[in-house]
Ligand binder design. Structure first.
Ligand code: GLY
Length: 391
């Protein structure tokens, strides 16, 4: 237990310290700074080195819709709607384009069983009030000529988008730098101190101690095991491994125009000719090894969906850890320690949920409340002392 009452002081004081320089942590810092707060971001690694570096960057509330997750859908949809302004606000300061595009998605069934399942999902999309159009094989192949001729049906989702998380990270870093917000890399938190139940300082492995009124843990899958998160604030977040492959084609002749997906794989095209093939979903603890089996599965399914992938150059393959939660909802908001906030548990939707998470955390750090759909992400739902239930 590292969170204990503190009694030392020092001169440097921030309104908030954010641990974690992935897209979630950087977006929070961006929003806090926009609201006039003094903020410091720290990360034990380089910015974006965690799940951000492995994320495909699909902004796809409709394409990622699953059964029994209405609260998640609401968050995802609102956050997708915030994306154009979020990106524009960063671009205005960093001076570059972040490549956000509403590219659309085409979800394809490759046999009769897959068609039946895709129909069920399409019905759910329509019942949920989302824009999604059923297409027959001919119409689908008119849109995406490379898709396997064996397809039996498809759903076109025009509103889904994508962004390269690495470009977004670089843009956020540059914009934060221009706003004089410091991002300290190689800086490991060892303890979050509080006095009379209120956060007042953070201590680091290098011996530094920095005063702050608020601390935000945005450390993804690590939040389930970081020792510096007090027991009463630690969320039930577990790592869910995902492997992806990066292929490279000719940007002048893109292999597909949209996000393509089947039941078992998704393909996300980048403007520079790269194609992201994702992703495995594996419960293997903190193992983040790239495996032959994982790559075989991804390439086999990618080839089944879009046979021309076999012509593309292999660039690399990486594995990362999604922060999963028991109910697939993120964990965003205040804990039972005043000034200690969580922004984690985003599972498959970290890049998509960055704007709504940043807004919620900035609001609550400045004394407001989290309302609307993000209230379903409250850490309190996992805190027996606050729900009266057992974990
Ligand atoms: N959002 C896609 C994934 O987590 O694989």
């Amino acid at each position: 237990m590292n969170s204990i009452d503190s009694d030392r002081t020092s001169d440097n004081t921030y309104d908030a310290i954010v641990a974690g320089a992935g897209v979630i942590g950087l977006a929070i810092a961006w929003e806090l700074n926009s609201q006039g707060a003094s903020v410091l971001v720290v990360d034990r690694d380089r910015p974006g080195a965690g799940t951000t570096s492995v994320a495909a960057g699909m902004l796809a509330p409709t394409g990622e819709l699953d059964f029994g997750e209405p609260a998640l859908l609401e968050m995802n949809t609102i956050s997708a709607g915030m994306y154009p302004e979020f990106v524009a606000s960063v671009e205005r300061v960093c001076g570059g384009m972040l490549g956000y595009q509403r590219v659309g998605g085409l979800h394809v069934a490759l046999d009769r069983d897959e068609a039946a399942e895709l129909r069920r999902v399409h019905d759910l999309q329509i019942e949920s009030g989302l824009r999604a159009d059923w297409l027959g094989p001919g119409a689908a192949r008119e849109l995406e000529q490379g898709v396997s001729p064996t397809l039996t049906g498809a759903v076109l989702i025009e509103d889904d988008g994508a962004i390269d998380p690495r470009v977004l990270t670089a843009g956020l870093l540059e914009a934060l730098e221009k706003e004089s917000v410091e991002v300290r890399v190689g800086t490991e938190v060892t303890a979050v101190r509080h006095r009379h139940g209120q956060v007042d300082a953070v201590e680091f492995k290098n011996g530094d101690r920095i005063n702050t009124r608020a601390f935000v843990a945005a450390v993804g899958a690590e939040s389930g095991r970081a020792e510096w998160i007090p027991d009463e604030a630690r969320p039930p977040v577990r790592p869910v491994k995902g492997q992806i492959i990066e292929l490279k084609g000719n940007p002048a002749e893109p292999i597909c125009q949209r996000i393509l997906a089947s039941e078992r794989v998704y393909l996300v095209p980048r403007r520079d000719g790269r194609l992201i093939v994702g992703a495995t979903v594996e419960e293997r603890g903190f193992d983040s090894e790239v495996t032959a089996g994982g790559l075989h599965e991804l390439l086999r399914e990618a080839y089944r969906l879009l046979p021309d992938v076999s012509e593309l150059a292999f660039l690399n393959a990486v594995a990362g850890l999604r922060p999963g939660t028991p109910d697939n909802l993120p964990v965003v908001g205040p804990t039972s320690i005043d000034g200690f906030f969580l922004a984690t548990g985003h599972y498959r939707n970290g890049i998509l949920l960055a704007p709504i998470t940043a807004r919620a955390i900035a609001d609550v750090v400045s004394g407001g409340e989290i309302c609307g759909p993000m209230s379903a992400a409250s850490p309190a739902r996992f805190d027996p002392a606050r729900t009266g239930a057992s974990r």
